[in-house]
Ligand binder design. Structure first.
Ligand SMILES: [Zn+2]
Length: 220
């Protein structure tokens, strides 16, 4: 894997996303590459990657769906009972997921959101480690927004695109996914609604996420 040596962001062209997802699965859950099966991403995140996954409200407007904490420190979270933002201390390797906001994302499913934050940890922790030296007060966590912010930096856009692109490929690795899609007889121009619902149930993701993955694989 090549890195941009100025900021330690890995260089991952879109065409490499499937390879990175497969590399992730080889490291943490190789069974998913051998035959079609759901990927237990919450267990992988907690037990194999050592991430502490917590479900908390992150914003009043539900515009932040996930965060990964790369260095111990205070993080602003939203307290819906009080209607106030609180600063709370979280340790490095904590992942925060807003239990309502993820429903507003394109993929709209919790497993995809967990996989998304796993990609940030898996591929971007070196970048954040370097940011600790450059901008020690700012570089504690990444914050994932439902809609990309107009003032996002180029680096933030690259990091977010990696996670958006790779997460569904971890949950639906290409070859086993294609095998199941053929089993359910998915095809261009057909009424695929039943097959999409079956695939979503099988891989434990949303129907939107399956539809996007089928399009990526050229089946829709
Ligand atoms: Zn993200």
């Amino acid at each position: 894997m090549d890195y941009n040596m100025n900021n330690l962001i890995p260089i991952i062209p879109t065409a490499e996303y499937d390879n990175v997802a497969n590399e992730f699965l080889e490291a943490y859950f190789p069974e998913a590459l051998l035959e079609p099966r759901p990927v237990p991403i919450l267990d992988i995140a907690r037990d194999k990657m050592g991430l502490d996954i917590q479900f908390v409200c992150l914003s009043e407007e539900l515009d932040v769906y996930g965060m990964t904490v790369f260095a111990d420190g205070l993080v602003e979270v939203y307290n819906p009972e009080e209607g106030l933002y609180d600063s709370k201390f979280f340790k490095r390797k904590t992942v925060l997921i807003d239990p309502e906001a993820y429903k507003k994302t394109n993929a709209g499913c919790v497993n995809n959101t967990i996989a998304h934050e796993c990609v940030h940890w898996y591929k971007h922790r070196m970048y954040y480690r370097m940011q600790e030296y450059i901008l020690p007060r700012l570089a504690k966590y990444c914050k994932c927004y439902v809609e990309q912010l107009p003032y996002s930096t180029e680096e933030e856009i690259i990091l977010e695109n990696h996670a958006i692109g790779i997460a569904p490929r971890i949950l639906m690795p290409k070859n086993p996914f294609l095998e199941m899609a053929y089993t359910f007889n998915v095809g261009y121009g057909k009424d695929n609604r039943y097959a999409i619902a079956q695939l979503a149930e099988f891989f434990e993701v949303s129907k939107q996420s399956v539809t996007i993955r089928l399009e990526e694989c050229g089946l829709l």
